[in-house]
Write a protein that binds this ligand. Structure first.
Ligand SMILES: Cc1ncc(COP(=O)(O)O)c(C=O)c1O
Length: 395
């Protein structure tokens, strides 16, 4: 049975069954807000946990670092994937333990590594030979052991936007397969380096299971081969990257999307001699949030009608950064259809959500919802132009 996320009843927009007109925040609109539905996050966590082979789901905190959302992850027994000590500190502040945290990222500084070793972080995912040498030196100086994962670059095309593909040949992410032997030399020389994991992450917004399957075909034999020498190697970190169809709001499609990936994992990894981890971000939170904005002006040019909102790229970077599509729905619709350019207030020409968007007629003062902003929305936002950050609420 199909389940649509948005629907109109008597021309009023409902988000996951909630009548938005009836929420106080909308009745007394003051400034841009992101409205979240917790249940949409919990549901996806349950989908992922239905894979029996999953040892632990590590949420990629960069997708959304809202404390309440992190607490949902914490309370459902998930870990986190982080990319800075700043994120580690935020994670600890909401109640995660260092033992719940995978520390990824290409640019870890000496002080970040120092701190991660002191904290006894679950696993540092190493992204270069130099970083491994740095971790080795620091662990020797401290005479303290550290759990490491090698993030390999399997050179698999994730068939996504080039700006969010992370496993292409010249990618800055991960260690080239040809450099594994240099890494092993460093590991063999230092007993403080406990080689726990092989990890990879192909990119984000990946819409088919094929790239995940291709990566496993390359990584599995490497893992098994390494395991013959390194008995400590017992984790396979499969990264994140599963996408959603931003143009379609039938939630059964999302479930199928996950089921297809789960089938790959079940087929490829049943009885695989390792604990399997995933680092999903977008897929868990993207659907959970909508951004509500008030239309300030509708401006006519020779060829276009331009809807100017009170939020822009400062609150949702994705359209400007990688031409990402976010559906827009007026909170009250009518029967007149028009085509609009929909833009924000920021002083940049790239500050637009849509160039030609067909929707019901919009007037100044109307409220509109920008859909699917739960991932890489607020976490990427800035105060550019001293515009306010959207407030976040749960409904
Ligand atoms: C190392 C790593 N793991 C996981 C993720 C999560 O990706 P996604 O939000 O596409 O699931 C990212 C995102 O870029 C990442 O860099």
């Amino acid at each position: 049975m199909s389940k649509t996320l948005f629907q109109y009843e008597q021309n009023n927009l409902f988000f996951d069954g909630v009548d938005l007109q009836q929420t106080d925040l909308i009745k007394n609109y003051q400034k841009p807000v992101i409205l979240y539905r917790k249940i949409l996050i919990e549901e996806r966590i349950q989908w992922m946990k239905s894979w029996n082979g999953l040892h632990r789901l590590h949420f990629a905190m960069k997708a959304n670092d809202n404390s309440e959302i992190l607490k949902i992850l914490l309370n459902t027994g998930c870990g986190l994937d982080v990319v800075s000590i700043g994120e580690v500190e935020k994670a600890l502040s909401v109640g995660f333990k260092a033992a719940d945290i995978i520390f990824s990222g290409v640019g870890k500084t000496k002080s970040e590594i120092d701190k991660a070793i002191d904290l006894e972080i679950y696993q540092i995912n190493v992204e270069s030979i130099s970083e491994l040498q740095r971790i080795s030196d620091i662990s020797t100086k401290k005479n303290k052991s550290v759990h490491i994962g090698l993030r390999l670059n399997p050179e698999v095309d994730a068939k996504t936007h080039p700006h969010i593909a992370t496993a292409l040949q010249d990618s800055k992410f991960g260690i080239s397969m040809k450099d594994i032997s240099s890494c092993l030399e460093i590991i063999r020389k230092n007993s403080n380096l406990i080689f726990k994991s092989i990890s990879y992450h192909l990119g984000s917004q990946i819409m088919t299971a094929e790239p995940f399957q291709n990566a496993l075909a390359k990584i599995k034999p490497v893992f098994l081969n390494l395991q013959t020498e390194f008995k400590s190697l017992d984790r396979l970190d499969l990264g994140g990257g599963l996408g959603i169809d931003y143009k379609n709001h039938d939630m059964t499609n999302d479930e199928i999307q996950w089921q297809n990936l789960k089938t790959v994992y079940e087929t490829e990894l049943t009885n695989f001699p390792a604990q399997c981890l995933i680092e999903m971000g977008r897929f868990i939170v993207a659907r959970s949030g909508i951004l509500i904005t008030e239309v300030q002006y509708v401006k006519k040019t020779e060829t276009k009608e331009i809807v100017i909102c009170d939020v822009g790229m400062n609150n949702l970077m994705r359209p400007s950064l990688y031409q990402a599509y976010h559906h827009v729905l007026p909170l009250k619709k009518n029967n007149i259809e028009k085509t609009y350019m929909i833009v924000g207030p920021i002083c940049e020409s790239t500050d637009f959500f849509h160039k030609d968007f067909i929707t019901s007629e919009i007037e100044e003062g109307d409220l509109i919802a920008i859909c699917d902003v739960g991932a890489y929305g607020r976490s990427m936002a800035s105060n550019y132009n001293h515009q306010p950050l959207a407030l976040e609420f749960f409904i």
